[in-house]
Design a binder for this molecule. Structure first.
Ligand SMILES: [Zn+2]
Length: 183
């Protein structure tokens, strides 16, 4: 076997001599991608409590004056750390809808990272759930500095992301250029 088909336009997972990793994560639909009613101080969701309030109050969790905002899943990877830049470069979400104080949709981490060429390519989806692998983009576009952290440093970040956001993946594989699963 020298290639794995993905069902995604332009995206072939193929054997090569170059150091390439193929990310192939897609969630079930209706995953939580944004939560509103998060306490700005302690990061707890206090939406149900806030709903019953008339005016300003204290956070039931941390007791500070209560200000709330939304938290988006993609922000997990926006840490300026190299392991998150590698783990999250291909994160996308789509097919959004609202449910109570959540936004729900489908998440993907699909694309490839070519360490020899220092480029990535990312799969984007349209509203008909059709994916296409994008063009080559340099590491700088995604803040990736590969040589301080590598793919194995990024794997625990994806695991933690999966736990924190309670994501159910339909596919969750990373292949190397020999078509071995590395996660
Ligand atoms: Zn709080």
């Amino acid at each position: 076997m020298s290639q794995i088909t993905t069902g995604i336009d332009n995206f072939k997972i193929e054997k090569t001599e170059e150091e390439v990793y193929y990310f192939f994560y897609k969630s079930q639909p209706n995953q939580i991608i944004e939560i509103s009613g998060i306490c700005d101080d302690c990061n707890e969701c206090v939406y149900d409590y806030v709903k019953k309030l008339d005016g300003l109050e204290k956070c039931p969790n941390c007791k500070s004056e209560l200000w709330t905002s939304s938290k988006c899943a993609f922000e997990f990877f926006e840490t300026d750390e190299d392991d998150d830049a590698i783990a999250g470069f291909a994160y996308r979400d789509f097919s959004e809808s609202e449910l109570d104080h959540y936004k729900i949709g489908t998440m993907t981490i699909q694309g490839l990272i070519n360490v020899d060429k220092e480029i990535v390519r990312v799969v984007e989806y349209d509203n008909d759930d059709k994916g296409t692998l994008g063009l080559e983009e340099p590491f700088e576009n995604y803040g990736i500095k590969y040589f301080s952290k590598d793919i194995y440093d990024a794997l625990p970040r994806i695991s933690l992301f999966t736990d924190e956001w309670r994501i159910h993946w339909e596919q969750s594989i990373i292949y190397n250029n020999k078509l071995e699963k590395i996660n």
